[in-house]
Design a protein around this ligand. Structure first.
Ligand code: PEP
Length: 245
């Protein structure tokens, strides 16, 4: 079953989150669709509302975390806090965090902590427009993956079940411009070769919506799902994405 993950970014306050799940639960109740392959990542303040109003087995993820679980880190959220709440995993390495200065080394520390505490991660990689135009996508992605997963034993089954890599070309995020199907196929095959592990799942993200989702998921067996931003924020559009898979 393909993974359908929604990244809400800074959308949906707690009240809207409760309404979202109320509507989504209703939409699902009229179908036989499974929900164990669905992930939703609300902003921190709406995580509890999502956990409380999720009647299905949709996995609730956070959009970030700190790599330490104690010491002084004003304004941060630890993995142990997320685990205690019942959060299943964390999106890490998103380009919108990398743009703010998050480097491979920090992402690597965060992934290690998330795995150490038994949570899952959607680890995002992807080249920016300039790198894409210079034909440098593969070098950038390879270095992000090798650095992000440095000293992590992805051959270890208990850990590698927890790592999902999302290929998100930065130029395709929120731009209404997806990468071509051929390019997505080439890069996701390349990522599969780098990790060399059949248990690591690979998602594509970048302007996925209910109209293009089917074509993207059909590209190859190396695409295990999608990470959706804008089209995951309303229950109607997100449900349509799921229905159209
Ligand atoms: C994202 O932010 O991870 C994303 C893929 O956004 P969008 O679908 O809006 O391009």
């Amino acid at each position: 079953m393909k993974i359908i993950a929604g990244n809400w970014k800074i959308n949906n306050i707690p009240k809207e989150t409760t309404n979202f799940f109320g509507k989504l639960n209703k939409l699902f109740s009229n179908t036989h669709a499974k929900t164990s392959n669905i992930i939703i990542a609300p902003p921190y303040v709406s995580l509890q509302a999502a956990l409380d109003s999720n009647n299905n087995d949709i996995k609730i993820f956070a959009q970030n975390c700190h790599w330490e679980t104690d010491n002084s880190h004003t304004g941060e959220i630890s993995v142990t806090m997320l685990k205690e709440m019942g959060i299943s995993g964390v999106i890490l390495g998103h380009s919108e965090q990398r743009i703010l200065g998050e480097c491979d080394n920090i992402i690597n520390k965060k992934i290690k902590t998330v795995l150490e505490f038994g949570l899952n991660t959607i680890f995002c990689v992807g080249e920016n427009l300039q790198e894409y135009q210079k034909n440098n996508s593969k070098n950038v992605i390879k270095s992000q993956i090798l650095n992000g997963l440095k000293n992590i034993n992805i051959i270890n089954t208990s850990q590698n079940n927890n790592i999902i890599i999302a290929y998100e070309p930065v130029w395709a995020i929120g731009s209404a411009q997806t990468a071509s199907l051929e390019f997505i196929r080439e890069i996701t095959n390349f990522i599969k070769q780098i990790v060399n592990n059949k248990f690591v799942k690979i998602l594509y993200g970048g302007s996925v919506n209910s109209e293009n989702i089917q074509k993207i998921l059909k590209i190859s067996d190396n695409i295990n799902g999608v990470l959706i931003g804008r089209a995951s924020v309303t229950p109607e559009e997100f449900f349509l994405c799921i229905k159209n898979t």
